[in-house]
Design a protein around this ligand. Structure first.
Ligand code: ZN
Length: 198
């Protein structure tokens, strides 16, 4: 006999698939949701569906945005000859919060990981190389300092070097294995200012 209603079991199963949510938390969340007014649940469900429907990749930098071209790429004051390569839109947001970076970004949506079977073709790398056909002075590689992030940084630098474009890597000071989005703004700025040639 099923302990819960089939509907609740299904909800718990779906919630448990979210990152960082184990089956215990999923259960807690499911029962919390069931105790909410129906209108609130409808707003939550609609917000999820609407976001997923309308959010897309910027055609230039591939960050997640509501528009064809994201506000950063559309901003005429940003230096298009300076491209910072990050793994995720959250990393981009972390650097934007410093308010001091004037270039543009390129979002890879992942990092190369032979262990997980993620190769260069699985992230937005080809798209980065295409962008370099324009006028670019420097590519700053700001992937995480995890094994995957470092592997990706080395791979990109080898790809770009022959083009003669300057390639730099944000300085360490960003802790090894550290997720960029959790690092404070001062540390991020220091890492950016202390970047080294690759
Ligand atoms: Zn963009």
């Amino acid at each position: 006999m099923e302990v819960y209603s089939g509907y609740i079991s299904k909800l718990i199963d779906e919630l448990a698939k979210l990152p960082g949510i184990g089956s215990k938390s999923a259960g807690r969340l499911a029962f919390h949701l069931m105790n909410q007014p129906k209108e609130r649940i409808e707003r939550l469900a609609a917000a999820i569906v609407e976001a997923r429907t309308h959010v897309r990749h910027c055609e230039v930098c591939f960050t997640l945005t509501d528009r064809e071209i994201c506000p950063i790429c559309a901003n005429q004051r940003r230096d298009r000859a300076l491209i910072m390569v990050v793994e995720t839109t959250r990393d981009l947001a972390a650097y934007e919060k410093t308010g001091r970076y004037e270039g543009v970004y390129h979002v890879l949506h992942g990092a190369i990981s032979p262990m997980l079977g993620i190769g260069p073709a699985d992230i937005k790398l080809k798209e980065l190389i295409t962008r370099l056909e324009g006028e670019v002075n420097e590519v700053i590689i700001a992937t995480n300092s995890s094994l995957e992030g470092e592997t990706t940084a080395m791979y990109i630098s080898k790809l770009i070097k022959p083009t003669g474009i300057r390639v730099t890597r944000i300085a360490s000071g960003v802790p090894v294995g550290g997720d960029l989005e959790y690092i404070d703004e001062v540390t991020l700025l220091r890492a950016l200012e202390g970047r080294v040639e690759l």
